[in-house]
Design a protein around this ligand. Structure first.
Ligand code: ZN
Length: 109
């Protein structure tokens, strides 16, 4: 059971490719490409587009509406602990300083 939708790229139907040509002689059109939706658990934002270009066109056209779904007015932060350690080179004498960043669990777990 296939589930088809039209590519959501706003200009998909304007690309001059043979696989978009539909209709009979005298009334031909360029039509958006069909895309097959995967099983629901595998659907992601690329599932609705025939190409990366069509996805980019859609995202650039509708970015304000998409951001309005979950606007970010403040930066997010992740608590961390930073430690420095000296690490021996694997291929020569000497050490270098490695910065280790560890996420701090603030949920008491
Ligand atoms: Zn497309």
């Amino acid at each position: 059971m296939s589930n088809f939708v039209g590519c959501h790229g706003p200009s998909c139907h304007k690309s001059h490719t043979q696989d978009r040509i539909r209709g009979v002689k005298g009334s031909k059109v360029l039509r958006t490409k069909k895309v097959t939706l995967p099983r629901p658990e595998y659907i992601n934002m690329y599932s609705y587009f025939c190409s990366q270009g069509c996805y980019n066109d859609f995202a650039n056209k509708h970015v304000r509406e998409v951001i309005a779904i979950a606007p970010r007015t403040e930066a997010l932060e992740t608590p961390i602990e930073v430690t420095k350690e000296q690490v021996q080179y694997g291929w020569r004498e000497g050490t270098y300083t490695n910065t280790r960043i560890k996420t701090v669990d603030t949920n008491g777990g």
